[in-house]
Design a protein around this ligand. Structure first.
Ligand SMILES: [Zn+2]
Ligand SMILES: [Zn+2]
Length: 166
């Protein structure tokens, strides 16, 4: 996801460009706004992404949709008119405009997609998962291991909700 900003860098603070994103994994669709700032370019990104993940119960790989939205400054390193280099700011974890005046938002999108990913994704809400005793994938076939209630905490929570509603 590259954007050439050599033109934008020659414009005044506040100048902007808008681009659409489509089918550029993990982005399904979205848009990017690039805004000229005194020391670089502010990237505003809004996108529907597909998170590639594994089901937390049965470990099957699957993708699911999430939305990401972020603003990041990409720091300018060189003046496109004069070729003069700016001193690099002494801060960690900055994004930079490349020396050829391009912005690559791939890494930022990856980081925000990772943050948006579910803690315990499920391939389907009622995924039965894998038997803790024998390792059988229970969505394919049942096994003969003795069954315990899935998780007693959920049962307690359900009872609580019932009494709250009543
Ligand atoms: Zn699953
Ligand atoms: Zn089993």
């Amino acid at each position: 996801m590259f954007f050439n900003v050599s033109g934008l860098l020659r414009e005044n603070t506040g100048a902007s460009r808008r681009f659409s994103l489509e089918n550029d994994p993990p982005v399904h669709r979205g848009h990017v706004e690039l805004i000229r700032m005194p020391k670089g370019v502010l990237v505003r990104c809004d996108a529907d992404v597909v998170v590639d993940d594994r089901c937390s119960r049965c470990l099957v790989p699957f993708g699911y949709p999430e939305h990401i939205s972020f603003e990041e400054i990409f720091v300018q390193q060189v003046d496109p008119s004069s070729g003069a280099h700016f001193p690099a700011p002494d801060e960690p974890d900055l994004f930079f405009i490349a020396l050829d005046h391009t912005i690559d938002i791939t890494e930022a999108v990856r980081q925000y997609t990772e943050t948006a990913a579910a803690m315990q994704p499920l391939c389907r809400p009622d995924c039965p998962g894998i038997c803790a005793e024998c390792g059988q994938d229970l969505s394919m076939a049942m096994c003969d291991c003795p069954r315990r209630p899935v998780d007693s905490r959920w049962a307690a929570l359900a009872a609580l909700k019932l009494s709250a509603n009543g």
